[in-house]
Every structure is written in C-alpha cells, then in structure tokens.
Write a protein that binds this ligand. Structure first.
Ligand code: NAP
Length: 240
C-alpha cells in the first residue's frame, strides 16, 4: 500500500491501459478518479470495484477538465497524481488525412493532455506525480501514423518542460511510452495486431498490466528520483 492517502486522476480510466492503471493505483491504496467520456458502465463498474469515483469529462473541452479536477478536490480533499492517459488513434496515409482527423486526434491527445497538465500544475499537492502516456512509435515512426505520433510527441516535451517547472515542489513529471498493447485501440487496426508480437524481442504483444506496473512504480516513493524521463514500456519494441 505505497499510495495510501494519495488521490489520483486517471484520464480514460474506463477501458484498456487506463483501466489497468486505475486498478493498479487503487491496489496500492490510492483513491482513484476514473475519468471517461462515453463508457459510463465500464467506468462505473471499475470505480465500484475499488471504491473510486467515475467522472465523465471530455478532456478536449477545457471546461470539462476544470470540472473534473474540481470534483476530485471536492470529493477527496486534494489531488496528488495525474495520469494523462486518455487517447484516440487514426492511422491513415498523411495525404488522405482530413482536417477533422487532425482536430480529433490532436484535440484529445495533445490539447486534452495540455488542459489536464495546466490544471495539475495549478492544483497538485507538493510531492505529486504526473505521468503522460505517449507511444514508442515516436521513436521509429510508422506509415499512416503521422497525426497519431505527432500528437503524442508533444507530450514528451510537455514532460521535460513541466518537470523543470514543478521540481521545486517535489512534483515529478514523466512520460511512459507503451508499445503495442492488447486493447480496443490496437484491435481497431488488424494490420498492427498482426505485426505486434514480432516488434518485441520478447515475442509477444504487451498486456495492460505490463504498462500499468511501470506507471504505478513511477507514482510510488521508489521513483522519487525519476523526473523528466520517457520510459519505453513496450517490451523492447522501441529502444531509445
Ligand atoms: N494500445 C496500444 O497499443 C497503445 C500503444 C501506445 C500508446 N498507447 C496510448 O495509451 C493510452 C491508452 O490507450 P488504450 O489502448 O488503452 O486505448 P483504448 O482502449 O481505446 O481506451 C481509450 C480510453 O481513453 C478514453 N477517451 C477517449 N477519448 C476521450 C476524451 N475525449 N475524454 C476522456 N477520455 C477519453 C476512453 O474513454 P471511453 O471509454 O469513455 O471512450 C478510454 O477510456 C492512449 O493514450 C494511447 O494513445 C496505446
């Protein structure tokens, strides 16, 4: 129970990697706000399972994000951990990518993450933790991945700059970059499902728990001395 008395917000905590992170933080004793935008039943059942709170908020809307943080503070008395996990993906050749695709992906992945970071920078208690979820694909690039990888690359620089801004409050800021992980997001792209196991030297696709363990570790006192880093959590699929 290394996170007893800590309060965490996990954006996109209703499904996939975010849900695994929410469960893992709760197992360490944190009180967890499970954010979602559409999957109300999944979010409510996740929160019920470990005594957390499900809060609907579209992270691409700054008013929703402010309300999310206000609710967490009101219900639990403060916030210690933000896991900026909510994400969406569109994979198509850049020449076929529409303005709407760009707005959708950057709206959630980049602007949404930024709105959450701004609230976290204003509100997190001293000694807090921020983890931004990027992707290992920013290392090697991938055909059709321009807007997705571009939207996620920004998070790595948000991490480095904010780590320098918040260090005097002993708040750490890190990026975790998963490789292919078995979730609804990956299953949208059958061609990626096919190649996923061969991308890792360990010869298998990542599981939600593989990534959740890394994020949880970063939130514990064991990772006090880790800040401004980009941790590759893809079974060696990306080595940087
Ligand atoms: N899976 C992979 O192979 C992989 C690899 C590298 C990085 N990642 C990154 O890891 C993170 C989690 O991915 P995943 O595979 O677990 O995705 P997923 O299974 O598709 O789940 C996405 C989560 O994000 C939430 N979400 C989407 N749009 C949102 C919005 N506007 N506001 C609030 N929440 C929103 C969803 O909520 P609802 O349930 O309400 O829709 C859901 O909880 C993402 O940032 C993704 O880019 C994934």
């Amino acid at each position: 129970m290394r996170l007893e008395n800590k309060v965490a917000i996990v954006t996109g905590g209703s499904r996939g990697i975010g849900r695994g992170i929410a469960e893992s933080l709760a197992r360490e004793g944190a009180r967890v706000v499970v954010n979602y935008t559409r999957s109300e039943l999944e979010a409510e059942s996740a929160a019920r399972a470990f005594g957390g709170l499900a809060v609907r908020a579209d992270v691409s809307d700054p008013r929703h994000v402010t309300a999310l943080f206000e609710t967490a503070e009101h219900e639990f008395g403060g916030i210690d951990i933000l896991v900026n996990n909510a994400g969406v993906a569109v994979f198509k050749p850049l020449a076929e990518t529409t303005d709407e695709d760009f707005e959708f992906v950057f709206g959630v992945n980049t602007r949404g993450a930024f709105y959450c970071l701004r609230e976290a920078a204003r509100r997190l208690r001293n000694g807090g933790r921020i983890v931004n979820m990027s992707t290992g694909a920013t290392v090697h690039g991938t055909p059709g991945g321009s807007i997705y990888c571009g939207s996620k690359a920004a998070l790595q620089l948000f991490t480095r700059c904010l780590a320098r801004e918040l260090g005097d409050r002993q708040i750490t800021v890190n990026t975790v970059s998963p490789g292919f992980t078995d979730t609804d997001m990956l299953r949208q792209f059958p061609h990626l499902v096919d190649i996923a196991p061969s991308m890792s030297p360990l010869g298998r696709v990542g599981q939600v728990e593989d990534v959740a363990r890394v994020v949880t570790w970063l939130c514990t006192p064991d990772a006090d001395w880790m800040t401004g880093q980009n941790i590759q959590a893809g079974g060696g699929a990306s080595m940087a």
